[in-house]
Design a protein around this ligand. Sequence first.
Ligand SMILES: Cc1ncc(COP(=O)(O)O)c(C=O)c1O
Length: 442
Amino acid sequence: MDQENAKRIISFSPPDISELEIAEVAETLRSGWITTGPRTKLLERRLAAYIETGKTDVDCTTKEAIDKYSQKVVCLNSATAAEELNLRILGVKEGDEVIVPAYTYTATASAAIHCGATVKFVDIQKDGDSVTHCPEMDYDALEKAIGPKTKAVIPVDLGGIVCDYDRIFEIVERKKDLFTPIESDGTPLGDLSSRVQKAIGRVAVMADCAHSLGASRDFRGERKYCGAIADFTSFSFHAVKNFTTAEGGASTWLPLPGIDNAEIYKMFQLLSLHGQNKDALAKTKIGAWEYDIIGPWYKCNMTDIMAAIGLRQLDRYLGLLERRAEMMKKYDALCAELGISHMVHHTEHMDSSNHLYLIRVPGIGEIERNLIIEKMAEHGVATNVHYKPLPMMTAYGKDCSEYTNAYDYYHNLITLPFHTLLSDEDVEYVCDMLKEVVKQIV
Ligand SMILES: Cc1ncc(COP(=O)(O)O)c(C=O)c1O
């Protein structure tokens, strides 16, 4: 190994935290307000503006922006909570079915199980989408899986690549006749859920955008950002994501005819804060101590400390996405040279958030794939696998026999380290090591 290729330590996905985030957190700690408060509300508005306009610098402190962007996004403590609350607002419960791709992280399925629903897995397309190679659901299988008990489908924008929502919406519209909305049970949540199901009038599309904040796709002839496509959307701001608040996430939804957005927002607040009808900030107003508990609900709110990180991350986010796009070109060139298949993050109709770089090495099995991962680690390069299909996991029955495309996609898959702390030299090093290791093993 020459001097240039002296061993480097390449982490898989450390958070990119600058002095700006550190200063904002320090200021929040000094401000006297550290739980959900003004910073969380500002981040919600700024995310709403970003999802609508693609711009991260909209001044969301003006009266006009407060009116325009409030109550459209709810910040929470994780994407898992966001997914679960989306399903709870829809009224998903025992006896219902939720369709989930076999190729995803557990949260996509477990959120539905927490609501009491049965998860129906759908296999992915053979070798993924024909253009992007993203392991998207087999949409014919999705259509067949929808039955009278189906309440929601949760497509996953894996690695930041946006699913074919035109196709998904066509399918759920076509199967509309099988859908029966629930009637109100007389409770505030049950009444809202019934109206939400009636307003949607078909299986709901609940996008898992844990990876895809800032990604966009042509949808119904117009370019739309994730969050402005599906009926309900969940985002993750976990430490390994492009955009982080350490832990964290957000929900958003499309306006529903006949239902005030403020009512949906209010229900998210209740569901995420014990069903308590006043949050801590509202209770600080003079004489306003008294509150009611309208349901024995959950505790998954975002704190202002987390939001402080998010506000400064959002200032930097477009630059971070650009840097990812730049690095991606190097990996693309390497894959072309080695004849390795990889996900394609940009097409004429779609721009990914460039979150994960998945490669599939041809002609190898699981044993060789694991050996490549080991050898890369010996050279100091952390890699990963996104994902071992969920049906292979103990909690989901350890049987992938019905999901052969998912297994096939996984068996030779490696996720390369991909983050904005990598220097050009680090990227070169990863490329050199992969070349060397693949030559040895394949
Ligand atoms: C596809 C997918 N969905 C949901 C989640 C859950 O995100 P969180 O950790 O914010 O709950 C993850 C986390 O990695 C994920 O990869």
